[in-house]
Write a protein that binds this ligand. Structure first.
Ligand SMILES: [Zn+2]
Length: 478
């Protein structure tokens, strides 16, 4: 039986045309070969599994290939190509900067770089995770970069280019590799599945693409893991159980609970998540992704190019999106991002998660902040206009207990008199009741003081009542 090869290796691109999602970079490298405009050093940055070393290796192959095609593709058949693929080449050396980070390792490069290659091709050093090199190693490397011997090329790959010295950066041609789109990852995985004759649901592949966050190698490793577990066909449920992630059903249940104001559902969901041994931080990530999708559905009216969901999921999301508002989703996303940090360090993550889900469910009953501030402004201006305007009709003073209910505040046509007119006449010297702050206050009579106190108390009572009602969530949104 042949030795099992992991998917990432078995299906690793061997030609420029097989590199996924990095068209601009590939074109530049091909042009460099075409016009003989080679830099001494290339820096490839980008997140994990986006193809940095794979690209460097293909470029090295193309440069040294003994029968390169017209399209600048390596043949993958000649001795040089085969040696590079197998990692035996004496001319193309791959160094892992994470484990060979010292000055001695770099000295070896410097010592050998001067020797011509056996085939007359290029001597190429591919240093992976180059940011891990020690300072001394960097300085030693710099010497060679300053005066590189002829036909020597460096390829640096890094996930953290900001950790490199500016003197190194300035000597490199820099490229950033994009994260690979979900669509491309899904299509690559389905290709692999077809090749291996494995039956797999598209939604399952999308879940893997989602989890791998734009890194093809991660996606392939996850798929490896799934294949090792699968019996007949691979479904979204298989993925959920093997990778310990929550199935999407649970998220749609949460949406329904919000719509029906079913707080108890929070406990039920958390219980399921716990019983199935799901990772809590990961579950919060799933929630973040869920509300991002809903927000995109609302904004784009179901037609967002950034949505990576299958058609059947799209229908479910469209249904869920109906019960959310845009501002509500934005607020939930904020809350969830905060909660992710918080839950990780919480002494009782289960309770924290329950509280979080209850908050999500209750968010359907909450009044939007814009609406609240608008109401508060109305209330404030109403109160201050009552302060300055003379009361329309003499009426008995109203105590704080008679503050009107919130629902009728904004559209009440008749401002409520708050003072006894006879008293007011005595106090008033100018038409406006408001006294400038800098001016000395008129000598207060005990009666007036009492009224002022009542007035301000009434204002705060109103505001408090407003806030309390909002927090209880009992006011229906208009
Ligand atoms: Zn070749």
């Amino acid at each position: 039986m042949a030795e099992y090869q992991v998917l990432a290796r078995k299906y690793r691109p061997r030609k420029f045309s097989e590199i996924l999602g990095q068209e601009a970079l590939v074109q530049t490298l091909k042009n460099a070969i075409k016009y003989g405009r080679l830099a001494h050093a290339y820096l490839l940055s980008g997140s994990r599994g986006t193809g940095k070393t794979t690209t460097a290796r293909i470029f090295a192959k193309a440069l040294n290939c003994q029968n390169r095609g017209d399209d600048f593709e390596p043949c993958n058949e000649c001795r040089s190509c085969k040696e590079i693929t197998a990692g035996h080449s004496l001319d193309v050396l791959e160094i892992d900067g994470a484990s060979h980070r010292g000055i001695e390792d770099i000295r070896q490069i410097n010592d050998t770089a001067g020797y011509a290659t056996s085939t007359g091709g290029y001597k190429i050093y591919i240093i992976d995770e180059v940011h891990m090199l020690t300072k001394e190693a960097f300085n030693a490397l710099l010497k060679t970069l300053e005066e590189p011997p002829p036909r020597v090329l460096f390829f640096f790959a890094t996930t953290e280019p900001h950790k490199l010295l500016p003197t190194i950066l300035s000597r490199c041609q820099r490229f950033h590799l994009n994260r690979i789109s979900h669509e491309l990852i899904v299509s690559k995985l389905s290709e692999i599945a077809r090749d291996l004759e494995i039956n797999v649901e598209e939604e399952a592949l999308r879940m893997i693409a989602n989890l791998s966050d734009g890194g093809l190698r991660d996606a392939e490793s996850l798929f490896d893991q799934i294949i090792a577990f699968h019996d007949e066909s691979i479904t979204a449920k298989t993925i959920a159980s093997v990778l310990g992630v929550a199935s999407k059903d649970i998220l749609f249940e949460l949406d329904r609970a919000g719509k029906e104001d079913n707080i108890a559902k929070a406990f039920e969901i958390v219980d399921t998540v716990y019983r199935q041994g799901k990772d809590i931080a990961h579950f919060v990530d799933t929630l973040i992704d869920h509300f991002r999708t809903i927000l995109l559905m609302i904004i784009s009216k179901g037609d967002a190019p950034y949505l990576s969901i299958s058609e059947s999921e799209k229908a479910r999301y469209a249904e869920s999106a109906k019960s959310y508002r845009k501002d509500q989703c934005l607020e939930l996303l904020d809350t969830l991002v905060d909660a992710k940090q918080h839950i990780r360090f919480s002494s009782s993550p289960k309770i924290a998660l329950e509280a979080l889900l209850m908050r999500i469910i209750r968010s359907h009953r909450r009044i939007p902040v814009e609406f609240l501030t608008k109401r508060l402004h109305e209330l404030e201006s109403k109160l201050s206009s009552e302060d300055s305007a003379p009361p329309p009709t003499p009426r008995k003073n109203k105590g704080p207990s008679e503050v009107k209910p919130i629902s009728s505040l904004s559209e009440d046509p008749q401002p409520q008199p708050q003072e006894i007119p006879e008293v007011k006449k005595k106090v008033e010297r100018k038409p406006a009741a408001k006294v400038p702050k800098s001016a000395p206050p008129p000598p207060p009579s005990p009666q007036v003081e009492k009224i002022e106190e009542k007035k301000s108390k009434s204002r705060y009572d109103t505001l408090y009542q407003f806030a309390a009602v909002e927090l209880e969530g009992t006011v229906e949104r208009k």
